[in-house]
Design a protein around this ligand. Sequence first.
Ligand code: SAH
Length: 411
Amino acid sequence: MPESSSLPSETAGLPVATVVLKPKRARPFFGRHPWVLDTAVLRVDGAPADGDVVDLATHDGTFVARGLWNASSKLRVRLYAFDAATRLDDALWKARIAGAVSLRQSLGLADPSGAARLVNSEGDDLSGLIVDRYGGWLSVQVTGLAMSHRLETVCDALESLVAPTGILLRGAERGLSKLEGLHLPDRLVRGNAPTGPIFVTEHGLKFGVDLTEGQKTGFYLDQRDNRQAAARYARGRRVLDMFCYSGGFGVACAVSGGARSVLAVDSSAKATALAKANADLNGAANVTVETADAFEKLAALKAAGDRFGMVILDPPKFARSRASLDDAMRAYHRINRLAIDLLEPGGILVTNSCSGAVSREDFLVMLAGVAQRSGRTIQLLECRGAAADHPVSAGCLEGEYLKCIIARVAS
Ligand code: SAH
């Protein structure tokens, strides 16, 4: 598979074919939505190879946008420019990456010992590319085939902008790779690989991140500010951090928030080992970790009559698609109901959903259902999303996946 933009057509960044839309299907793209699904395509004038630059036109020949072609994906074209003058060439990718990096600098996220998402796919007009920085290392995740053809250009840009110690390539989620026809094994693409876990700071706390073994890209950067927001309510409380992974919420509550104690639970023994190490690293002696299934543990705590002043729920994606939405909503209802039952009057619930298929409204309606069934009053204090280094394009709201609700359960 070509990994450099050495094809003449790609280097020039000009279209080799025109993708013609079915009548009445152009509206989202005039609204700058970057995903053209196979079902919207009437015909293709020309014979583009996967990764080639194509123009998108209405059925009567009006230019709509310019993008990259992938015949192996339902997402036939990803759009990157909405005017006919812009070439999709190396200069454009470099300028987009530079713009993304400069945004993070302006957000105050350039601390060399910190961690930040430098490129957030559609949110940075770079559909199919995610780049996270952990101290001196970069973790690059390519979720679009055409971007994988431009990996060398991407790495050149990143090297010149942030001079990383090393750049690691992380495969996309297995399902996603299959949908895109992507076969990218995890590997080191530039510089040196870390020899063990690396340590990053977040709001003054230290976290060990295992870049080669960890989940996602090593650490849940999207929750950075939500951990801090949750910690502001933790003072003096007994906190339950359910689905703790490497302990981000629990450690923030114990150390920054002054919680009385924290019980951090995850079903993965690797995760709880990381959480324990991170609690120790920050001198949080009042954090206890336990490896257990959340549903069972919540029910057992309830049965034992345990009560908490704060419960954090940060489960994995329950809904992978709209089709599994009903099951997912039932699962959210169940854990949130169990969490509420564990909260003393005036307790704080920090409840998250990272399922893009679940809308903010769906999630709030679920909470309303929990309030009704439990007979408790739930006061919404903060309705939050991902941190600002995870920007969402107004033209592609599918990028808004994280809901973090901080609520008080009054009585
Ligand atoms: N709160 C974490 C991120 C949580 S990610 C942070 O701030 O970093 C979701 C976590 O849920 C993963 O660590 C996963 O191992 C865990 N998990 C998945 N299913 C679970 C279950 N049934 N019970 C408990 N934990 C589970």
